[in-house]
Write a protein that binds this ligand. Structure first.
Ligand SMILES: *Cc1c(COP(=O)(O)O)cnc(C)c1O
Length: 375
């Protein structure tokens, strides 16, 4: 094997179509992880791929300081999609970059440095986002990381209110923790974070890299609570498989963003793909479908698995099944005996993040396979 391979799995994937992936011998797999939530509209989506192909025939890349219609349209689509008064957009290539930008913007807009993050959080693997990430296994070999980060218990409104003070630049939080084990936050927690940051003049950042793009039942998870942060970060499913990240900001942040930049900020091809992705999700009301199939999936999992598991939890099509022993062997059995690809979240959670277009029949298939494997 050449190159830099990490934990490569023994299935060689060569084709995709909707919720399915195909290996080199033609075996079909149901992709219940949407390849880490990166294809909310499924693999090889017509409108997204056509937009990217048409853009390749016009212009692959031009630096971000020249206006370009593909990029401008994406700015407009994202600004329109975000809850008011969030209206400014900064584009990049990944989730960690989107968070890195948000942390820098918060420091430059507030003049403060302290960042508050939650225990069990995951915000990415570059030095700044990594400093906001909880797990020491991800951090230890690379220390020292960026400084002045503090962790508070997740979903604890009082601890949050206590931690935020006049020296705080930002609070960064996932509305539903993904890597940390699929942990939804209560509305009170997000409200407490909003209140405390507003009072202190600090920025509230919602990391919606995994929760965004309709996965939890609304385009952005925060819409369901009515709490509007100062920044929303996005990536993963934003361009349905093309690499793109975004940091959406209120004006007061954008006005004092400093001198942050990136050469590949909003290339025309990925911008065209992202624009088609967001427009399709909004126009076809994909979040409503995600909510109804997600609720169905969770209810059936609860009913069928019952006492065989610790808990079934989640929002929409972001679902975690906390099992009593290690999750890895169940994931292997799902892949090898049932041709279903799912994801872990920590050691004990089987994580389901299917394409948002997944059908009730496909949800049934997963429930039956999990019953056989775990039950
Ligand atoms: C995956 C993820 C990231 C990091 O995104 P990358 O594109 O891998 O850098 C950040 N935050 C959350 C919530 C994520 O799920």
């Amino acid at each position: 094997m050449t190159g830099f391979v990490f934990n490569e799995k023994p299935i060689q994937i060569e084709e995709g179509d909707g919720a399915y992936l195909y290996d080199d011998s033609g075996t079909e797999y149901l992709d219940m992880g949407a390849s880490y939530a990166c294809v909310p509209l499924g693999h090889r989506h017509d409108a997204v791929d056509a937009a990217a192909k048409a853009q390749i025939d016009k212009l692959t890349y031009v630096q971000a300081s020249y206006p370009n219609s593909a990029r401008t349209e994406l700015y407009e689509t994202l600004a329109e999609s975000a809850p008011d008064p969030i209206g400014k957009v900064w584009l990049c290539n990944s989730g960690t970059e989107a968070n890195e930008a948000a942390l820098k913007f918060a420091r430059s807009a507030t003049g403060n440095s302290k960042i508050i993050a939650a225990m069990q959080s995951f915000h990415g693997r570059t030095m700044g986002s990594l400093a906001a990430t909880w797990k020491s296994k991800y951090k230890k070999p690379y220390e020292p990381l960026a400084g002045d980060f503090e962790f508070v218990p997740y979903d604890d409104p009082e601890a949050m209110a206590e931690a935020v003070d006049d020296e705080t630049a930002a609070v960064i939080v996932e509305p539903v923790q993904g890597e940390g084990g699929i942990n939804p936050a209560s509305a009170e927690y997000l409200e407490a974070a909003r209140e405390a940051t507003e009072e202190a003049g600090a920025a509230l950042i919602f990391d919606e890299v995994q929760t965004g793009m309709g996965r939890t039942g609304s385009l952005w998870a925060c819409e369901q609570t009515g709490v509007v942060p100062d920044m929303i970060t996005s990536a993963k499913g934003l361009a349905n498989g093309f690499p793109m990240g975004a940091t959406l900001c209120r004006d007061w942040i954008a006005e004092e963003y400093g001198s942050h930049a990136s050469t590949f900020s909003g290339g025309p091809v990925v911008s065209a793909a992202a624009n088609a992705t967001v427009q399709t999700i909004v126009e076809e009301d994909v979040p409503a479908h995600a909510e109804s199939v997600g609720n169905y999936l969770q209810e059936r999992l609860e009913a069928e698995l019952g006492d065989d598991v610790r808990e079934v939890r989640g929002e929409g099509l972001m679902v975690g099944v906390e099992v009593k022993r290690g999750a890895m062997r169940y994931l292997k059995q799902l892949a090898m005996s049932h041709q279903i690809l799912a994801l872990p979240a920590g050691r004990t959670v089987v994580r389901l993040l299917p394409p948002l277009t997944v059908t009730q029949d496909q949800a049934d298939e997963v429930v039956e396979a999990l019953v056989e494997v775990i039950g």
